[in-house]
Write a protein that binds this ligand. Sequence first.
Ligand code: GLO
Ligand code: MG
Ligand code: MG
Length: 413
Amino acid sequence: MAAIPVDQQQPLVERLMSACEGSYTPDQRRKYFITGPQWAAAYEGHSLFQDKTRETLGFERVIEEYARIGIGYWCTHDTDVIPTTALGHDGQEEIIGRIGESLKKNGLKCSMVTTETFHNAVWAASPAAHADQVREYANWRVENTVAIGHQLGAQYAVYWPGALGYFIQGAMDELQTLKWYAECINAACAKDIELAKKHNRATLKHCMEAKPFEPVAEILLPTSDSMLALIFSGLIKHPAMVGLNPEYLHELMWGTAPRAALARALMCGKLFHFDINDGYSGKHDVDIAIGLVNPLDWLNVFVLLRSYGYSGPFNLDYKPPRTTSVHGVFHVSFPTAVDRFITLWEMAGEALTDPILQQATDALKAGGPRVANGLDAAAITAANKELLSLHELISHRLFQILIGQNKGRTFSV
Ligand code: GLO
Ligand code: MG
Ligand code: MG
C-alpha cells in the first residue's frame, strides 16, 4: 500500500470505523447510565516514563464530544477543571458556572464529583498525614467537592485515596492513619448532610474506590473488601451513606475474579458505582477500554450485575491509548468503548434468558435424588456426579453467546 498522506488519515480511520458497522446511535447510547470522566478524555498520554502524545483539552470540548457520541453523563475531579490555586476562591465559582452552562447547552448531566488526593505535592505523605494541617486541608477539599457536587446536580461522590500508604515502613502508624482517613470521609458526609438540607436535595452517595498497587508501594486500603471493612469498622459515622466504587481492573490487578469482588459488594448492599475498563492480572493499572482484553470475563460480570439488578452508573474510567489521536479519542476510542459495553450488557441479558443456560442452572439447583443417609458423603457425591459436568457446559455456552453461536454463527471447516 502506498504511504497515506496526512490529510487522508482521518478519512481512512472514519471509513474503516463505518466499515466495522454495528455501532449504536447516540440516542441508543443515552439509554444507559454511562458516565464519561473529564480526566479520561483529557488524558494526554503521559506516564512516568512517557511524554504526552495528545494536546490539552478543556471541559467544554469534552462535554461537547460526549454529547455528540451519546454519553449522557459527565464526571470530574475537582482539579481536572479547577486549578488547585483557584479552589475555594472566586475562580472556582466562575468555572463551576461555565461548567453548568456547558452541561446544559449539550444536554449532559453531572453524575459524580471526586477529589484529587494523590497528585499534588501536598499529598506526599497521604491525605491522612501526621501533620494536622494536611488533614484539615484534605477534609476541606472533600467538603468543597461535595459542595461542587450539589451545585452541579451530582448524585455521587467518589474517593480514591491514592497515596494512602507508603513506600517504606516505620514512620506511619497504619491504624492511626486509617482513623484519620475515616475522619476525612466523615467530614464529607457531615458537609453533605448540611448542604443537602440547605439545597433541598438528597444526600450524595459516597463511594470508596480501592486500588491494590500505585501510586505507593503499600496501600492501606488495597481492595474493595478492605474498603468494606472500613465502612463497617465503626469509624465511619454515617455508614449508610458510604458504599463502593469498585474498578474492574483494580480488582483484577490483585488477582481476584472481579465478578467475585462485585458479588461481595452486592452482598453488603454497597455496590453504588462501578468503574469499567480492562487490563491484566498482576500488572499495573493499564486502564484499557472495556472488553479489549477480557470480554468473556466481562460477560460474566454483567450476568451477575443484571441478575442482581445493579442500576448505578457505568463509569468509563480508562485511558485512551497514547497511540490514539484526539480525533481518535472521540471518533474511535469512546464510541467503541461505549458500544462494547452495550453489546456485552445486552449479551448478558441474552444469557439470562438462554434456554440452555436456564435448564442447566435449574438442573444444578434441582440436584440429584436425595439419598437415604444424609451423612453418607460418597452416596451424596454419586447422586450428583453427572450433573456437575454442567459447570463446564455453562461456561462453554457463555463463550458461544459471546461469539454469537447462540444466534447461528458458524464457520465452514
Ligand atoms: C486511578 C483511579 C482514578 C479514580 C478517580 C476517581 O487509578 O481509577 O481514576 O477512579 O480518581 O476518584
Ligand atoms: Mg477508577
Ligand atoms: Mg484504573
